[in-house]
Design a binder for this molecule. Structure first.
Ligand code: UDP
Ligand code: MG
Length: 318
């Protein structure tokens, strides 16, 4: 049997929304009339998510549960799900019903009728997001588009349909900390977009605290742009020029015999240049850290359990 569609859903402590999600997703998929699988990636949840998943799985054979050994983050969870998926198409969708499952059918239709490999879900209405989320998102997309030169659709999150060749191409990339919304456009597959209204989270709380947003931003910037390194170079050059001028000035003052004064400028030089150096070191460190991580080539997630293996064993017994 070849599967038409894999629905990849990252989940981290989603016990509150899970029943609502299943209730809304299942009819949409059943109505497609095509063989599908739902790859629920339990990203190391500490609540009842795994228990609920096993329960739903009993009445929903197409549901497949993938458990990661530790909380590895949204992007890693999606990567894990995509890596395990078997469909000719794969769609990634959040579990909190902010991405309406009904749009999946439309994406599939667009993908097939327009003969494209990628269909981006683009948020046409973000009024349900907080002002903070909206402004940080706008900043993220405009900065990243400018820095990286990648033509990533504005306001396209990770609600996206991809063909099998796209998924394989993504998974073949050796890089870690894949920021999928930026990686996928760089692959250059033909694409289309489908607009949708971003709803409010149906239950539970956001699993994206500021720290995770910052990590995504750092991964995006360092993963797709060398502009900060160049910035450090320019900063260093300017600092060097200023220092040279100051040296000349100091020598000139010495020649004129005006030497004691200058506490302010000493403090300024020590603190100012110390700051510039630390900043540039930090930027370098971000890149070096990533080179180090990719050098070690450790996976960004470990799959602890895949219900597919259980299902296969059960099939063999029968
Ligand atoms: N998520 C995950 N691992 C994490 C954080 C989030 O798998 O470490 C999942 C989460 O369960 C949800 C999706 O990623 O399905 C998006 O997270 P969330 O809705 O909390 O983010 P927001 O919409 O607030 O940006
Ligand atoms: Mg959400």
């Amino acid at each position: 049997m070849s599967l038409c569609l894999s629905v990849v859903v990252p989940m981290y402590n989603e016990q509150d929304v899970l029943p609502l999600f299943v209730e809304r997703l299942r009819p949409v998929l059943d109505e497609l009339g095509e063989p599908y699988e739902v790859v629920a990636v339990d990203d190391g949840s500490a609540d009842q998510t795994p228990v609920l998943l096993q329960r739903f799985k009993r009445e929903w054979p197409q549901l497949r549960v993938l458990r990661l050994r530790a909380n590895s983050g949204h992007q890693a969870a999606i990567s894990a799900g995509l890596g395990a998926s078997r469909g000719q198409w794969a769609v990634t969708i959040d579990a909190d019903l902010q991405d309406p499952p009904e749009v999946i059918a439309e994406m599939l239709h667009v993908g097939r009728s327009q003969n494209v490999d990628v269909v981006y879900g683009v948020r046409t209405d973000r009024s349900t997001d907080t002002a903070f989320k909206r402004s940080t998102a706008r900043l993220f997309y405009t900065t990243m588009r400018r820095l990286s030169g990648i033509d990533a659709p504005m306001d396209a999150g990770d609600f996206r349909l991809m063909s099998r060749s796209t998924v394989d191409a993504v998974m073949a990339l050796p890089e870690h900390n894949r920021v999928l919304r930026l990686v996928v456009p760089t692959l250059g597959f033909p694409s289309a977009t489908v607009g949708y209204r971003r709803d409010e989270r149906a239950a539970g709380e956001s699993k994206y605290p500021l720290s995770k947003m910052l990590k995504l931003t750092l991964d995006s910037v360092t993963g797709f742009s060398q502009a900060p390194l160049r910035f450090a170079t320019w900063f260093g050059l300017i600092g060097f020029t200023v220092a040279a001028l100051m040296l000349l000035f100091a020598l000139w003052q010495k020649a004129r015999g005006n030497v004691v004064q200058g506490w302010t400028s000493t403090v300024l030089i020590v603190a100012g240049f110390g700051g510039v150096q630390l900043l540039c070191l930090g930027i370098l460190g971000e890149y070096v850290g990533r080179i180090y991580a990719s050098q070690q080539a450790r996976p960004s997630y470990y799959v602890a359990y895949d219900s597919l293996a259980d299902d296969r064993r059960a099939d063999e017994r029968d």
